[in-house]
Ligand binder design. Structure first.
Ligand code: MF3
Ligand code: CO
Ligand code: CO
Length: 311
């Protein structure tokens, strides 16, 4: 039977990433000194049901600026480490250390049992890669997803970095995934429907023949790591709910060179494309403000890894 074409007839743009990403050895979880405030799930691993309001208070928004700026700084540092031969575990070590240096808790650590302090997702890994002993290779692409818990709230941001000399199709994938995030951010303002976000991402992806992953979505974020708002990156006609001033959430599109479906490894976390083709992701945390949107995951001087490494 002929394979059904994806709506829009997206072509496969590249062969599977070769060689496939293989798991390495995962070290023990890193420890956090008692003086650093932990999110409620840190001990049990279970965040429980989301109970927070979708709208943040002014004090919470201020805290989100601090948590977001710290996350943006740490992501920039993590990106500066990316080079052939570097292990994802050594990136985890540095992210952990830089989080503690800012009095922050690295949010992934023990979130639903996640064993490390940051997510590192290479080539065909869509998201939630676990840092391990694997060394980065010339030509890889790697998403580093940093979330920090500081002053009672989370800042969640990620960027896909190029390792050494990367082929043109992968470079296009990374560049256009970044652009799709910024196109989506441009739709955010009070009164805009939430489905404008997915529409913008899908429209951009289609122009370049890229797939849009549906199994992982953006989310409300603030006092909770993942709270009630759901932000699909594809167009969802019935998602007509309107954005309101003070709502805080992420947009984090994952675009692919082929299939959009995923398999999950036996580690219960690592999500890979079913066809082994590459995928990229960028993420910002934002708050809806009176005249539009404010990104909280920028440094004090307004910088972010996506602007410095992604364009
Ligand atoms: N930072 C990821 C996100 O963007 C979530 C990671 S959950 C973890 O939503 F447990 F894998 F860390
Ligand atoms: Co997120
Ligand atoms: Co994230």
């Amino acid at each position: 039977m002929a394979k059904r074409k994806r709506k829009g007839g997206t072509a496969v743009l590249a062969p599977p990433s070769d060689p496939p990403v293989m798991a390495g050895l995962v070290g023990p979880p890193r420890t956090v000194p008692a003086g650093i405030a932990r999110p409620p799930y840190a001990l049990s691993g279970e965040p429980g049901p989301s109970v927070s309001d979708v709208v943040r208070t002014p004090d919470e928004i201020d805290a989100m600026r601090r948590a977001g700026a710290a996350a943006a700084e740490v992501l920039l540092i993590a990106g500066s480490l990316v080079a052939p031969g570097v292990t994802t575990d050594s990136i985890d070590a540095r992210v952990h250390e830089e989080a503690l240096a800012r009095n922050a808790y690295p949010s992934p650590l023990n979130y639903r049992g996640f064993p490390k302090s940051v997510c590192t997702s290479i080539n065909e890994v869509i998201c939630h890669g676990i840092p391990d002993s694997r060394q980065l290779r010339d030509g890889d692409i790697i998403n580093i997803d940093v979330t920090l818990f500081l002053d009672g709230v989370h800042g969640d941001t990620s960027c896909t970095f190029l390792v050494g000399d990367v082929d043109d199709v992968s470079t296009m994938l990374v560049r256009e995934t970044r652009t799709s995030l910024y196109d989506a951010i441009d739709t955010v303002r009070p009164g805009a429907p939430f489905n404008a976000i997915g529409k913008a991402i899908e429209t951009h992806a289609k122009k370049f023949g890229l797939g849009v992953v549906r199994d992982f979505i953006g989310h409300g974020v603030g006092t909770e790591f993942h709270s009630n708002l759901q932000i699909p990156h594809y167009y969802h006609p019935r998602l007509t709910r309107k954005m309101e001033q003070g709502m805080s959430f992420t947009i984090e599109p994952m675009l692919t060179l082929g299939a959009i479906e995923c398999n999950i490894w036996d580690d219960d976390w690592t999500a890979v494309t079913v066809d082994g083709r590459r995928t990229a992701q960028f993420e910002h945390t934002m708050v809806v403000i009176d005249d539009g949107v404010e990104l909280t995951t920028l440094t004090g001087s307004g910088e972010c890894a996506a602007d410095i490494y992604g364009s």
